[in-house]
Design a protein around this ligand. Structure first.
Ligand code: CDP
Ligand code: CDP
Length: 241
């Protein structure tokens, strides 16, 4: 019988998660779920509804009134995720969620517990009963803690910044390497130090340093590790019986 495979891929910005996740999903016949896109869409919503002005006025502390407003925004937001696009309240925001403004704000939004509660619930619902590759920051630790298929991608800060710089250049955007590096460094720090579901490697995850590795090499390493883990799961099953 064909078993359901759920793969958790976590790591810092620019470690190659989304590129590698798409490829692994295709190779193994799984759906790809980009959880970062969900946090970005909510950040966009917060920007567009002026929530940040109110947050800044409250010195970023979540008063009960603000918390209620955030819950209301989340409950009334319609977020749809497809492999190639993100739809927010009926609008295609696939491009809008990648702007520098959203990138600068997203970690602040992702640190808010009401936001995480809401999105983690959605993500578990999406994964339910399906074969998926999910990438993010807390997939192995919080969203899919039961899956045996967990990977944590890393790369040096310089390499991650260089990758993002090259991406901007390829798109014909103007980009400054130092600014990109500082932004990534800041986001990693906020993501790793927040109280709710910080970016940490799950104890049972396979760590892959992608510095100096090609995308192909990383994809192959993950597919092989999944195969090996599958075999050991089968062996454990037969021992159990
Ligand atoms: O692709 P990139 O590394 O730039 O970021 P992303 O995966 O699109 O995620 C954007 C931000 O969302 C991260 O910096 C985190 O603050 C947040 N995030 C999170 O907290 N938990 C996740 N599972 C996914 C993203
Ligand atoms: O999702 P995350 O922020 O972790 O990374 P990404 O959006 O997949 O961006 C990684 C960038 O580095 C992409 O432009 C890839 O083509 C490139 N890259 C990679 O992902 N993995 C390597 N081993 C080498 C380059």
């Amino acid at each position: 019988s064909k078993r359901r495979i759920q793969i958790a891929l976590d790591g810092p910005a620019g470690s190659g998660k989304s590129t590698v996740a798409r490829r692994v999903a295709k190779a193994l016949g799984c759906d790809y779920i980009d959880t970062g896109a969900m946090y970005r869409a909510i950040a966009l919503k917060f920007i567009e509804t002026g929530l940040f002005q109110k947050l800044d006025a409250a010195a970023s502390s979540l008063t009960p009134a603000l918390e209620a407003e955030i819950d209301h925004l989340l409950d009334t937001s319609q977020l749809e995720l497809f492999t190639e696009k993100v739809i927010l309240d009926g609008r295609d925001v696939s491009e809008a969620i990648r702007t520098q403004e959203v990138t600068r704000r997203v970690s602040q939004v992702a640190a808010m517990s009401p936001v995480r509660r809401h999105l983690v619930k959605m993500q578990r619902g999406q994964a339910q009963g399906r074969s998926v590759v999910m990438d993010g920051r807390d997939i192995g630790t919080v969203v899919l803690p039961e899956t045996p298929y967990k990977f944590f991608l890393t790369a040096s800060l310089e390499e991650r910044a260089r990758r993002r710089f090259l991406e901007f250049e390829a798109k014909g955007f103007e980009a400054d390497f130092e600014t990109i590096l500082k932004d990534i460094e800041h986001r990693d720090k906020v993501d790793s130090s927040r109280e709710d579901s910080p970016l940490v490697m799950a104890a049972d995850a396979v760590r892959i340093d992608t510095t100096g590795k090609t995308i192909d090499q990383v994809v192959t390493a993950i597919c092989e590790a999944v195969e090996a883990l599958k075999m050991s799961a089968v062996k454990t099953d037969s021992v159990d019986k």
